[in-house]
Ligand binder design. Structure first.
Ligand SMILES: [Zn+2]
Length: 159
């Protein structure tokens, strides 16, 4: 609800609102965040009724949702920069960026949402200096764009 600013994601009507599945519950059987969208009763009707000339199809809802996710604070600044980096490189599946492991919390939602897959490279070195100080090992995360991430980025560009 907060994501859409307490308004319908399609027409911005303030009420009556409901949280709806983009792909029907019967088909997905999960309440994944990216499949949920806030709609007013009117737009919900337009979504349900495929014979309505103003029918809203799933593809349009997915595009609206992708943009909402980027605009309304689900993703951290680092996650947005990573999305931009993938975008600038053409958003091909398999593109990778590397970040220090200690930044994990800042990319958590990209990983949880399945936009990127993650591989941990463990740092082999842990240095101890003459004075006894130890440099903490800092593992590296390799974040690779998934099919889902690619679709997400493409949907951003077509609204
Ligand atoms: Zn609406």
């Amino acid at each position: 609800m907060i994501e859409a600013g307490y308004r319908c994601a399609v027409c911005k009507a303030p009420e009556p609102l409901q949280i709806d599945h983009i792909i029907e519950w019967a088909q997905v059987q999960t309440h994944e965040f990216e499949n949920m969208i806030v709609l007013c009763a009117n737009c919900h009707g337009r979504k349900k009724d495929t014979s309505n000339p103003r029918h809203i199809n799933r593809a349009s809802l997915k595009k609206i949702k992708s943009n909402l996710m980027l605009l309304n604070g689900r993703y951290s600044d680092l996650e947005r920069r990573i999305i931009d980096a993938f975008r600038e490189k053409g958003a091909a599946v398999g593109l990778a960026v590397f970040i220090p492991e200690r930044l994990f919390l800042l990319v958590k939602f990209l990983i949880e949402d399945g936009m990127v897959s993650v591989h941990v490279y463990q740092s082999a070195m842990q240095m101890t200096f003459d004075n006894g100080a130890t440099v903490l090992r800092d593992d590296t995360l390799k974040l690779t764009l998934t099919d889902k991430g690619q679709t997400f980025i493409k949907d951003l560009e077509t609204v």
